[in-house]
Write a protein that binds this ligand. Structure first.
Ligand code: ATP
Length: 306
């Protein structure tokens, strides 16, 4: 019995791990509608990442041949840097993130992680190196302790609590009816958007990946919530290579590099002040943003404008 139980138990754990990254990504990208299957090559190798360098080299991509989506995209993110992707809706920001997670294979060019072409790596080893903080996080019908533990199923209760503290959700949890045993999700306690994002941050902290992909929430959060989330997001990105589909000015202003996308091309790149100086597309977006923030008294989005 013991002999049988162990591998099955391991399989369950392993399955849940894979399942988790898929569920979050599915949620992030509405994968169900897409349903394309990527297969590992027969000779696929383990991707062992240590530094966390991300490279796109002349990447061209389409979902369907009639419509080219990414045209000759090249950029290099050095280990530990934060890159922000900005641009109008439909310009290809999320597609770049999907390709990095290899939900699709590209038509030409190459995507490399620490020098290795990701199409030659096993998907499992690729996804193990990458953490994702989606806009909207899926909660399982389980207690909050296990919901956070999905980030690394072998983590101890203490490690889960530590992650919750760093993600700034511990205080909220200890005030729940059954603290860490409180069941959350559809059939349990409902969490707010900000709280769910903190769960995603805590999971990612537990997973401790080299590369973090982050899709910032577009919905307005109140200023206090936002300030706190920003601090936890900064903790999850600290020391890791981060690629952020950015909607928040604070993220954008402090990014090592902003890539401005338009119709699947990088039309401008540089730091915030350099792009303002350039007085092009980004500077226009920024101006627009300032006008809107004066009008609404709260202008925190810089994308989604056509
Ligand atoms: P947003 O800011 O609205 O999220 P985005 O810049 O992230 O936009 P993408 O989601 O990358 O844009 O989409 C880029 C283009 O690809 C869009 O024209 C979109 O309609 C198209 N597209 C996205 N997913 C698919 C798909 N599965 N099949 C076909 N076309 C798609």
């Amino acid at each position: 019995i013991v002999q049988l139980y162990t591998p099955l138990g391991f399989f369950g754990t392993y399955y849940r791990m894979i399942q988790t990254s898929f569920i979050d990504m599915e949620n992030m990208f509405e994968l169900f509608e897409e349903g394309q299957e990527i297969k590992d090559e027969d000779e696929a190798m383990q991707l062992s990442m240590d530094a966390g360098k991300v490279e796109f080299d002349k990447v061209c991509f389409h979902y369907t041949p009639e419509k080219q989506i990414l045209k000759n995209i090249s950029f290099k993110v050095e280990p530990g840097q934060t890159y922000a992707l900005v641009g109008p809706s439909g310009s290809g920001k999320s597609t770049i993130i999907r390709l990095l997670f290899r939900f699709y294979d590209i038509q030409s060019g190459v995507i490399k992680l620490d020098g290795m072409d990701i199409s030659t790596a096993t998907q499992e080893s690729l996804r193990a190196c990458i953490g994702v903080v989606p806009q909207d996080t899926v909660l399982f019908n389980d207690n909050i302790m296990n919901n956070i533990r999905y980030g690394r199923v072998a983590a101890s209760d203490e490690e889960v609590e530590e992650a919750a503290v760093s993600a700034d959700i511990h205080h909220r949890i200890v005030n729940m009816p059954d603290q860490y045993d409180t069941v959350v999700g559809e059939r349990g306690l409902k969490l707010s958007g900000g709280e769910k994002q903190r769960v995603a941050i805590a999971r990612t902290l537990l997973k401790a990946p080299n590369v973090v992909l982050l899709d910032e929430a577009t919905s307005a959060l109140d200023t206090n919530t936002e300030r706190n989330i920003q601090a936890s997001l900064a903790r999850v990105c600290a020391g890791r290579t981060s690629i952020v589909v950015a909607h928040r000015l604070s993220t954008i202003v402090s990014a090592d590099c902003i890539l401005v996308l338009k119709d699947g091309e990088i039309v401008e790149r540089g730091r915030h002040d350099e792009l303002i100086e350039e007085d092009g597309v980004y500077a226009d977006m920024w101006q627009q943003q300032l006008i809107e923030s004066t009008e609404s008294g709260n202008g925190k989005k810089i994308t989604k404008k056509n």
